[in-house]
Design a protein around this ligand. Structure first.
Ligand code: HEM
Length: 197
């Protein structure tokens, strides 16, 4: 077990293997094996979508609830550990998870047959439509405001000190804005199937 958990790649693989074992055992116990049809494909896309979304919003909340509030408490000589090592890695997974969430979400809406109807906020699918628009705005912010400004703030792109300060503030405020949007966005995501609005 230790050999598996010491490697992130092996840990993730073990998670997938565990899932397969659970599905097969549950199928054998109940006599109801998965039928790989359109309904199951939609469900599978939903699962991929939630996985990507958890990675994205988990990191967004990590930045806002953990990293940013901690920076002022970290001695200056230790700050590069965050800005040069932790933040770039977190931002890598953050922005690609955002893109993966958008792609799987749009595919899911298409497979559900309501992509255009939801995006035009048609009655009946307006809950997911509002959620999709909120999440699309958030993803736009990630790729076109937060990431370009973080590159300046973290020194990945060299700019003058004044521009660096401005970039860091804009990235921080946009990230806060996304945290605010994430609350109604997640409500709308789960409301479509469960409660409506
Ligand atoms: C542009 C980005 C996004 C799009 C296009 C999108 C699209 C969708 C669609 C079409 C559904 C299915 C709704 C239904 O019929 O029940 C859905 C469900 C869901 N989405 Fe998103 N979504 C996006 C972003 C996110 C994000 C960032 C999260 C964060 C975790 C998220 C989490 C969820 C959850 C938890 C569900 C409910 C799954 C269920 O009830 O089984 N989505 N999304």
């Amino acid at each position: 077990m230790g050999a598996i958990l010491q490697s992130l790649g092996r840990t993730v693989t073990a998670g997938v293997v565990l899932l397969i074992v659970i599905v097969v055992l549950a199928g054998l116990a109940t006599g109801q094996m998965i039928a790989v049809d359109m309904g199951w494909s939609r469900f599978f896309m939903r699962w991929l979508h939630v996985l990507a979304g958890v990675m994205w919003i988990g990191l967004l909340w990590y930045f806002n609830f953990v990293q940013t509030p901690s920076m002022s408490k970290i001695p200056d000589e230790q700050k590069p550990a965050v800005s040069k090592v932790i933040a770039p890695t977190a931002l890598f997974w953050f922005r690609w998870a955002a893109l993966a969430t958008v792609i799987t979400g749009l595919l899911l809406a298409w497979m559900n047959g309501y992509l255009a109807a939801a995006l035009t906020l048609t009655k009946g699918v307006h809950a997911i439509g509002i959620g999709m628009w909120l999440a699309l705005i958030m993803a736009f912010n990630v790729w076109f405001i937060i990431w370009p400004n973080q590159k300046k703030a973290l020194g990945i792109v060299q700019v003058a000190a004044e521009e660096k300060t401005k970039a860091a503030r804009l990235a921080m405020l946009t990230s806060r804005f996304n945290t605010m949007l994430s609350i109604p966005m997640l409500y709308c995501m789960v409301a479509q199937q469960n409660a409506g609005l």
